[in-house]
Write a protein that binds this ligand. Sequence first.
Ligand code: IFM
Length: 456
Amino acid sequence: MTTSGLSFPDGFVWGTATASYQIEGAHDEDGRSPSIWDTFSRTPGKVLGGDTGDVACDHYHRYPEDVALMRELGLDAYRFSVAWPRIVPGGTGAVNAKGVDFYSRLVDTLLENGIRPVVTLYHWDLPEVLDQRGGWLNRDSAQWYAEYAAATVAALGDRVTNWTTFNEPWCSSILSYAIGAHAPGHRDGAESLVAAHHLMLAHGTAVPVIREHAPDAEVSITLNPTQVWGPDDGDEADADAVRRADNALNGIFFGPVFHGAYPAGFLDDTAYLTDHSFIHDGDLETISAPLDNLGVNNYFPTRVRAARDGEEGNTPIPGGQRVVEVAPRPPLTGIGWEQSPESHRLIIERSARESGLPLYITENGSAWPDTVDADGQVHDADRVAYLQGHLGAVSDAIKNGVDVRGYFAWSLLDNFEWAYGYSQRFGIVHVDYDTQVRTIKDSGREYARIIAEHRG
Ligand code: IFM
């Protein structure tokens, strides 16, 4: 596919993204305390192959080499997350100077290389000590988080101008507390609603705190909305299944964060789980604090239908009792996710309508079973095609009037893919986990070519 017909506005930001636990390693160095992912990955049966983030890509020690790779690729920006257990190892209280120093050096190195740091404050690595105090089920988590955010922004806010409160709170709540696939691995629908609410409360509580410490910065949240498709057969039950799935996947965050209310029907649909007494007066005003932009992470659409006579639903999403999630349609990526540039465009357009804000595509990418060939190169033609197709969708959304200001490929490096361990490679740079040798894949070179072709 040629990408010359794609169009991106002047100043469009080209970047890549990573997350602390997925790449840093150095799990017990310089005062870092364990996170819920250290505990979860050490729990037998939770992560494929028993893999952990103990070493990961050793980015903690190799960040200068990784920044040099970014420069070679011609990136404008690098989106990374800060590990709360490095900054405040006790969860609350004392700030760890060595942890701060690591991110300070990383930020300086990026800036010296002309790369803008785009920082996420929470990408799933809650300090384990806080989980022992109830984690996101404890309403105090909003204050714990705001304190941690204040310490981090106070330390880096003189140089970092783009702050994101949370990455994909859907994963830290529904996937982690209802489905149980992510840390802390609970399977309780009611808990997942409490966690989602407290994550949003933490977000809304921290927004003014971030602004206080970095008055000129842009503040955002990154959500992972997904286009929900039903059979489109005019069947009322199927339409209701789509509505319920859409509320539990998208509306649960779009509603409170951008409209100051949970989506229509959601509280009734989930009343079998809880009386919602965790929602206090004033919470929704706090949660809907004005933002400067919205980060959108999107990889695939979701397909559902209604359960038929006597059939059970097959998904534990809250309010989804009669929802059946159906198989993705080919073509699939290596991890088994449906490839659909059309759904990518649709969800970008929806995100713009819901938020009324400029957007950044803060993650998009695909996993494939890459190998280094005899020529020393990684010929990942499937990832190249996915990248071109999805950038085409971004360009189409822009042509349709959406204010998309940047795209961050997931991911800079192959890394620890959560419950899949190291079995899934998302990087545009290959990592040999035995030697830590990095090899730019064909997709990385194609991304660099597209960047050069379209740079304002
Ligand atoms: O690896 C993850 C990332 O941490 C969050 N978004 C989705 C990616 C691929 O699963």
